[in-house]
Structure formats: structure tokens, C-alpha cells
Design a protein around this ligand. Structure first.
Ligand code: MG
Length: 263
């Protein structure tokens, strides 16, 4: 039976020699410079983010003082009212309102409050909505102890996606939405390159996570896309209930090139 190599004279030479080589090599591999993975440019722009005011790079759409950023869907000045508490309130049956400016990819913050006096059931209770690009609705509804179809309750992407949880506060209480919205991309031939995507927080709670929308919001029928402009005005819904709004601001987002190209 042959003797194991390690016990031979040659073996006693080879193994220490291999170890002498291998150890420094492995040590070298572990000692890659931390600087190799540091990125120093481009430097993110400096903004201020105060606790009780919009960030400095936001476009303020309503701060309690003016309706100048808003227009009636019927064209003309905004028919809604500013209340004594400096909230913007739906004037029931006056029609939806939309922003003067058009937006594509955005971060949107808004606060809303349904009437403290509870009237109606289901979809008739504290109904409004925020329509990204005037087309894609994140539902506003009094969903505190108020049963309706789940893809039509508060924080649903109306008729497309129920919220992950119901984070509703009682009627008459201020609530917040923070929304990340990416507009759909269309190819030159009109096909959808990338659908609209929405992430939303209701009162700070994640309720929609990167949901790919099936098309513009429809009350009846299956949604489907039609080519539209890359930027369109934001819209708030008059559903006949005196819902109030405050602290509405938006930040325009720029997607990295690689991200923008992938669906
Ligand atoms: Mg609605």
C-alpha cells in the first residue's frame, strides 16, 4: 500500500510551500480597498426638510391661503372653498378640480378629512379621490367602520387594487396620503412600454406597493390604456361630499435612465 504523499519527503516540502503561497493570496483578496466601492459623484442636491412644512424643493399646491393653483374641470376658477380652518373644501356638485400645472412622475403629499357628521353608506360616505394625471384614482372615502367593495375603500386604487391594510382614522380626523407615482410610458406605435406604477402610504402606513396599473380608472368595465401626454394635471374629485384638504405639495421625480427603460 503506497504511503500518503504528506508522509513522504517530497510531501513534507510541497504542502508547506503551497500554504506559504495560498495564505498571502487569500489575505490579499480580503484586503480589497474600501475605496473601491465608494461613490462620490454626483452629489445629491441639498434641500431642507422641516418637520412641519413642505420640503424646500416641493411645489406647494395648497397651503391654506389660496386656490390659485387649481382650476375647475369645467374651466374657470376653482369653485371649492377655503374654510375658516384654512382647509380647501369640496363644494358639492360644483365639479372636480385640477391643477394649473401638469405632472408626470411625482411624490405627492396631501391631507384630507371626511365630514365628522356621518351620512350615507358605502361609496356615499366621505367620498372624494385624488386622480394622478387626472386619470388614475387613489380613492378617498370614510372607510372607518364602513363596508364597501375592498377595491373601492379608502386607499384603494379604485377598482384595481385594494389597500394592504385599512389604516383609516375616524371621520372628522385629518388623514394623510403620501404617494409615489410613475407615469406610464408609451412607444411611438402607441403600445405600453411601461404601465403606471403607484406606491402609497395612508397615515404613514404602506397601503399600495409599486402596483402596476391596468389603465385609467373606470367605474364600469375593464381598464385599458390609451396614449396620453407624459404630463397631465392632478385632479381632486367632487363626489358630492364636503371632504376637506390641506397641506398639498408635490415633488417632481427624475428616474435614473436604466430604471426608466425597464418596465
Ligand atoms: Mg372617489
Amino acid at each position: 500500500m503506497p504511503r500518503p504523499l504528506v508522509n513522504t519527503r517530497l510531501g513534507r516540502f510541497i504542502f508547506p510551500a503551497l500554504l506559504a503561497f495560498a495564505l498571502p493570496l487569500s489575505t490579499f483578496a480580503q484586503k480589497a480597498d474600501p475605496k473601491d466601492t465608494e461613490q462620490w459623484t454626483p452629489v445629491p442636491p441639498i434641500i431642507s426638510a422641516p418637520a412641519d412644512a413642505p420640503p424646500s424643493d416641493a411645489i406647494v399646491l395648497f397651503d391654506g391661503s389660496s386656490l390659485a393653483q387649481w382650476r375647475s374641470e369645467k374651466e374657470g376658477p376653482c369653485p371649492w372653498k377655503i374654510t375658516a380652518a384654512k382647509a380647501m373644501q369640496v363644494a358639492p356638485h360644483s365639479g372636480d378640480i385640477h391643477t394649473q400645472r401638469a405632472f408626470g412622475d411625482i411624490q405627492l403629499h396631501l391631507e384630507w378629512r371626511t365630514p365628522s357628521q356621518v351620512e350615507g353608506h358605502g361609496q356615499e360616505r366621505g367620498n372624494s379621490g385624488v386622480f394622478l394625471m387626472g386619470l388614475y384614482e387613489l380613492q378617498i372615502l370614510d372607510s372607518y367602520d364602513n363596508t364597501t367593495y375592498v377595491n373601492g375603500q379608502a386607499a384603494s386604487i379604485y377598482k384595481q387594487s385594494a389597500p394592504l391594510v385599512n389604516a383609516s382614522r375616524p371621520p372628522g380626523t385629518w388623514q394623510s396620503y403620501d404617494i409615489i407615482f410613475f407615469a406610464p410610458r408609451f412607444a411611438a406605435d402607441g403600445t405600453v412600454q411601461s404601465p403606471a406604477h403607484m406606491t402609497a402610504f395612508h397615515n404613514g402606513i404602506l397601503v399600495q406597493y409599486d402596483f402596476p396599473l391596468l389603465g385609467p380608472t373606470l367605474y364600469v368595465g375593464q381598464p385599458h390604456y390609451q396614449v396620453h401626454a407624459p404630463k397631465r394635471p392632478l385632479e381632486l374629485q367632487d363626489h358630492g361630499n364636503p371632504v376637506e384638504f390641506r397641506n398639498i405639495w408635490v415633488r417632481e421625480l427624475v428616474r435614473a435612465k436604466a430604471q426608466a427603460q425597464s418596465p
